[in-house]
Design a protein around this ligand. Structure first.
Ligand SMILES: [Zn+2]
Length: 698
């Protein structure tokens, strides 16, 4: 393929033409070019300046990020043995390039000198770029002795490999397990499938057909697993699903220890502690916070425990109500974790006359998208239009849609929407960068975002209907997308979400979620399947009242994850001397302690959630899971200013939010952007109020 088909600055990159072979070649080519660029800068006897140093480095980094990003993207959305092979083959090469780069002592010195020469007042953006580089050089050990540097580099390469293994294991273990329900001679399922939504049954029949068996095959993919836990009246089926899901990638998984992540967790933690020590930090949590808004691991623990203390009484009350209600609907003597989603759903329906599956009929994807785009236009003044050019030939999958963002008549960015679940796609929802905004002498390179969800696949050519939760997820990812797309920063390193502190990255996404709970927005995004009517005022009141149903329990669950994450990266000093299994055991001990202190729902010991905790072992959330709550404090605080305002007022506020937060990227510290918009420091009151976790006087 031609290089331009992928590395283009204005038009859309072609993913379809990008064969595994091309990826291999482009990675080899760009990393080798990168080494030449670095060498030329280090060997040069000319005085260094921005144009001769940072510009060429930015340009080549951009190419490496782009091609490696594409390989990782393809591995996430269309996993195959070929693409896994590409990742595994090149992982070492790419990691090695970046480690050599950030450990380069000569380059470190050159950058440090440059920083001294660039004034923060007259060139604040360039100054910030250089400060970030210097910090990253130091976090990669550029200042260390050679032995320590080498050790650090080898550990980094090993850690990346382990993360990839963790993710492959989880995908494989999820795929390896399914529950088959046969039909009897009369063609009736031999187990009760009562309550399971029709679209889930359809998908399961389709899955059975694919596997050439009769009956139904229920996979552990979220669009199947979650509705079964929520709706199936068959308790033993729920239990069965729950067990299999909780045991994924452990040695008690359905397939045995074939995809066991336990030793990998042990290895990862040992290496993370070693890395922190090499750099002079007490533990990996401290190292992780060096690039975040939060000051210290202790501050994070206090933050989480304070929130837990506020949420726990509410969570306990919610659980008691679930238990009370179970007596009325089921003859369940003891409510177990696999009963809670089911009873909760029934309780929610009885209290708010809402059935999430019924509500689904109001949210055809096409209407949700047009309403979302209208909301965004009113808030931030940009238009979102479907790309009319023939995009099919550049896509990795035919159901992906391409849109462009138009501001003041100019196309300022694009995004790819890959919204449906597939077996070869990883679970969850996420936004990735495909291309970043950069200003060149020849013009501006427009940013491109990749937004991915896991909604049920359309059956035939019909419109897909979303649950309200899925609508909220879509708004969330779109908030990330806008952060990347509405940037006005000219430098790769700090444009869009680049250079933004990790615990502030969720601010725009969680901020946008709030609009999916407003009456005005719901009018724009809903249209009933049969009646064609939007959500009525009365239904809205119900949906809104139900919004905080079980919010205490949810908050507690999030805090449990976050506290577990920060503690395993803070409390396991000395684990480097233990074997993998011993470390894993310590991890489970910490899990027990956290559950004992925080949880209100006792999980059975076979739920080995660390083994599928991708955020922390395979994503970038190590000692950073608290970021969700941290950023929610910020986003709720910002959103509170929009509450109860009319469209005109919202668009004025939206403009200011765009100017001070969305467009700024990582060009300044998140707290400065926050203060610029809010005029003060963050407070958690708005978040607790939005979640209904405050005692009202009534
Ligand atoms: Zn997010």
């Amino acid at each position: 393929m031609s290089r331009d088909a992928f590395f283009c600055k204005e038009w859309l990159p072609n993913y379809r033409l990008l064969s595994p072979n091309d990826i291999n070649e482009l990675i080899a080519e760009t990393t080798s070019d990168g080494r030449v660029v670095v060498k030329n800068i280090c060997d040069s006897d000319q005085p260094c300046n921005w144009e001769t140093t940072i510009v060429p480095i930015s340009q080549i980094s951009e190419k490496i990020h782009r091609i490696w990003g594409a390989a990782n993207h393809l591995s996430s959305v269309s996993d195959s043995p070929e693409i896994r092979d590409v990742i595994n083959k090149n992982l070492e090469q790419v990691t090695s390039f970046w480690t050599d780069f950030s450990q380069n002592k000569a380059l470190y010195k050159i950058f440090d000198n440059l920083r001294r020469g660039i004034s923060k007042t007259s060139h604040p953006q360039q100054h910030k770029v250089l400060c970030d580089y210097i910090r990253d050089f130091e976090l990669a050990g550029a200042h260390l002795e050679d032995d320590a540097q080498l050790n650090f580099k080898q550990n980094t390469i090993e850690l990346n490999k382990l993360a990839q293994r963790f993710s492959e294991n989880l995908l494989d273990s999820t795929k390896a397990t399914a529950i088959k329900v046969d039909l009897n001679k009369e063609g009736i399922p031999i187990k009760s499938l009562e309550g399971i939504p029709t679209h889930v049954l359809e998908l399961s029949k389709k899955e059975a057909k694919k596997r050439k068996v009769d009956g139904y095959v229920f996979s552990l993919q979220p669009p199947i697993y979650l509705p079964i836990l929520e709706y199936s009246s068959n308790r033993s089926l729920r239990f069965d699903m729950f067990c299999k899901y909780g045991r994924r990638s452990s040695d008690i998984a359905e397939e045995g220890s074939l995809f066991d992540n336990s030793p990998i967790i042990g290895k990862i933690l040992k290496l993370r502690y070693q890395q922190a020590k090499i750099l002079g930090f007490s533990n990996p949590a401290e190292l992780s916070l060096a690039t975040k808004m939060a000051n210290s691991p202790e501050d994070v623990v206090i933050f989480l425990k304070e929130l837990a203390a506020k949420a726990k009484p509410f969570a306990q009350k919610e659980l008691d109500k679930i238990k009370d209600y179970s007596n009325q609907i089921e003859s369940i003597r003891k409510v177990e974790p696999w009963d809670i989603p089911f009873i909760s759903e029934k309780l929610k329906k009885s209290r708010f006359s809402i059935d999430s599956e019924e509500l689904r009929n109001y949210f055809p994807l096409s209407k949700v998208l047009s309403g979302l785009f209208e909301t965004v236009k009113n808030l931030f003044g940009c238009e979102i239009l479907k790309e009319q050019e023939n995009t099919a030939e550049i896509l990795w999958e035919q159901s992906v849609q391409v849109f462009k963002v138009v501001s003041q008549g100019q196309v300022t960015g694009y995004f790819f929407f890959d919204l449906f679940s597939r077996e070869e796609k990883r679970g969850g929802a996420w936004m990735d960068e495909c291309r970043s905004r950069i200003k060149y002498d020849s013009g501006v390179q427009t940013p491109i975002a990749l937004m991915n969800c896991n909604f049920s696949q359309p059956i035939a050519d019909e419109d897909v209907f979303l649950t309200h939760d899925e609508v909220v997820t879509l708004f969330h990812e779109f908030g990330h997308g806008l952060h990347h797309l509405l940037t006005e920063i000219d430098y790769l390193e700090i444009s869009g979400i680049s250079g933004v502190e990790w615990d502030a990255v969720e601010l725009p996404s969680q901020f946008l979620e709030n609009f999916a709970w407003e009456y005005d927005t719901l009018q724009k995004i809903s249209k009933h399947k049969d009646t064609g009517l939007p959500i009525s005022r009365e239904m809205f009141e119900n949906i809104y009242a139900a919004k905080n149903f079980n919010s205490g329990l949810q908050m507690i669950r999030q805090i449990e994850f976050a506290l577990f994450d920060i503690l395993i990266h803070k409390e396991l000093n000395g684990c480097e001397r233990l074997n993998d299994n011993q470390v894993y055991k310590k991890v489970l001990e910490i899990l027990e302690i956290v559950r004992g202190e925080i949880s209100v729902i006792k999980q059975p010991s076979f739920v080995l959630f660390p083994n599928s905790f991708s955020h922390v072992f395979d994503g970038g959330y190590a000692a950073g899971y608290y970021s969700y709550k941290w950023a929610e404090v910020l986003s709720s605080d910002c959103y509170a200013r929009f509450e109860g305002k009319n469209d005109r007022e919202k668009s004025i506020l939206g403009d200011s939010f765009k100017k001070e937060i969305l467009s700024r990227g990582g060009s300044r510290e998140a707290i400065i952007s926050f203060r610029a918009f809010m005029g003060r420091e963050p407070k958690s009151d708005a978040m607790l109020k939005h979640l209904g976790l405050v005692n009202t006087s009534s």
